[in-house]
Design a protein around this ligand. Structure first.
Ligand SMILES: NC(=O)c1ccc[n+]([C@@H]2O[C@H](COP(=O)([O-])OP(=O)(O)OC[C@H]3O[C@@H](n4cnc5c(N)ncnc54)[C@H](O)[C@@H]3O)[C@@H](O)[C@H]2O)c1
Ligand SMILES: [Zn+2]
Ligand SMILES: [Zn+2]
Length: 395
């Protein structure tokens, strides 16, 4: 089959690779009809996540049709499913508590030594996301093997097209959980750093969850315009002093809650950002966290900090004093996708949530490399790329 594979920093390629096969009774094989490129994939593309090996198949946002199912799967051939990017067994201590992204059974034992020394505990399995998270082949491919297929995939009605439901695989629940983690009370002012797909869904979710005012921060006019279209007020961090603007826009208190939807590749020209970026480039620091520091400094006393943005290492210059002295709460994590699927699918079906507004480009899978390059280097115009296996590349 054809698949998008990782070969090094800024080097991804379309390759012909072996088709996946059922390995365990609970597996299913999905023929991918739509798959997307995520900001998390950019961290792999930029080479800032360890544990990648040449030839790894990328992609963790995908959906398709069931073409094979093991005897322990509950799926039937021909069903149309969206698959969560987090691989969860459904039965362990964590899955029973709906902490699906902490599942203890999906990262194979021989891979656990990679993340356990780094984090104290082994990470959960994720599709297409390095050998730290199990080394599973991802879904930017024609076919993919889905372990624990009786737990993760959600069957979607034929009345909803791929673009409406594809983002249930990751970014929609991620934006939703980011807002949940901000503990929004009616009328709250919520500031969101980053107007990529995750930030945009966090903005939409914060408003649905009762925020009175959402303030969106980014530097790209195209992305800020999408945020404004959702009803957010906007700050261009290249032109505006972010903390001063936020104080003014929140009646001098600071936002009640802040959401960091930027993650480990934050842009900026402040000394901390420059230091982080240099350390990241030379491989002695994983995280560039300027936006997170700014969010912690900006949030009001007693406020809430939600971090959907991905981080990987041991950050320095962390404003621990502000966190403690202001009495803040922090919540973060890879998304417990399975927990939110039913509710979000229902809201999509009812027309309460539109997921299609942020798709800027639909490309054939064969054009995936161009998709990566533009999603990385032309962020203003390329907000979200959906790849369609089986469609023709236009010259
Ligand atoms: N927690 C999860 O389960 C989960 C799931 C999906 C994605 N993520 C993470 O969420 C983050 C965002 O994902 P995305 O797909 O939206 O990525 P993206 O790269 O498309 O968007 C990031 C945005 O942040 C903006 N930005 C950069 N520096 C900034 C700064 N200093 N202040 C304000 N904005 C700034 C960029 O201009 C860009 O628009 C990534 O770290 C990704 O890995 C986490
Ligand atoms: Zn993703
Ligand atoms: Zn589990």
């Amino acid at each position: 089959m054809r698949a998008l594979t990782w070969h090094g920093k800024h080097d991804v390629r379309m390759d012909t690779v072996p088709d996946p096969e059922i390995m365990n009774p609970r597996d299913a094989i999905i023929e991918v009809t739509s798959t997307a490129i995520c900001g998390s994939d950019l961290h792999l593309f930029d080479g800032v996540i360890p544990g990648m090996m040449a030839g790894d198949i990328l992609g963790h946002e995908f959906m398709g049709r069931v073409v094979d199912a093991g005897p322990g799967s509950t799926l039937k051939k021909g069903q149309r499913v969206v698959v969560p990017f987090v691989i969860s067994c459904g039965k362990c201590f964590f899955c029973e508590r709906a902490q699906f992204s902490a599942c203890d059974n999906s990262n194979p034992a021989e891979k656990q030594d990679l993340s356990e020394p780094l984090y104290g505990h082994a990470m959960t399995g994720l599709f297409g996301y390095s050998h730290l998270t199990g080394g599973y082949p991802g879904g930017q491919a024609e076919y993919v093997r889905v372990p624990f297929s009786d737990v993760g995939p959600i069957v979607v009605p034929d009345g909803l097209d791929d673009d409406q439901v594809l983002f249930l695989s990751d970014i929609l629940p991620t934006g939703w959980m980011a807002a949940k983690n901000a503990d929004i009370e009616p009328g709250d002012t919520v500031a969101v750093w980053g107007c990529g797909p995750v930030g945009l869904f966090a903005i939409q979710s914060a408003l649905l969850q009762g925020a009175g005012k959402v303030i969106a921060i980014d530097e790209y006019p195209g992305r800020l315009a999408l945020a404004k279209g959702l009803g957010a007020e906007i700050i261009d961090f290249k032109r505006t002093h972010v903390r001063e603007a936020l104080m003014e826009m929140s009646g001098g208190l600071g936002p009640d809650a802040v959401i960091d939807a930027v993650g480990m590749e934050s842009h900026g020209w402040a000394p901390d950002a420059i230091m982080d970026n240099i350390k990241q480039q030379v491989g002695i620091g994983a995280d560039s966290a300027h936006a997170l520091r700014q969010a912690i400094i900006a949030v009001r006393k007693g406020g809430r900090v939600s971090i959907p943005g991905v981080y990987g290492g041991y950050l320095d210059k962390f404003p621990l004093g502000a966190l403690m002295e202001k009495g803040l709460q922090i919540r973060t994590g890879q998304t417990h996708v399975h927990k939110y699927l039913g509710e979000l699918l229902h809201r999509i079906g009812e027309g309460e949530i539109d997921t299609t507004f942020l798709i800027s480009h639909r490309l054939p899978l064969e054009d995936a490399v161009r998709g990566y390059e533009n999603f990385r280097f032309n962020q203003n115009e390329w907000t979200k790329v959906v790849l369609k296996p089986g469609t023709e590349v236009r010259a």
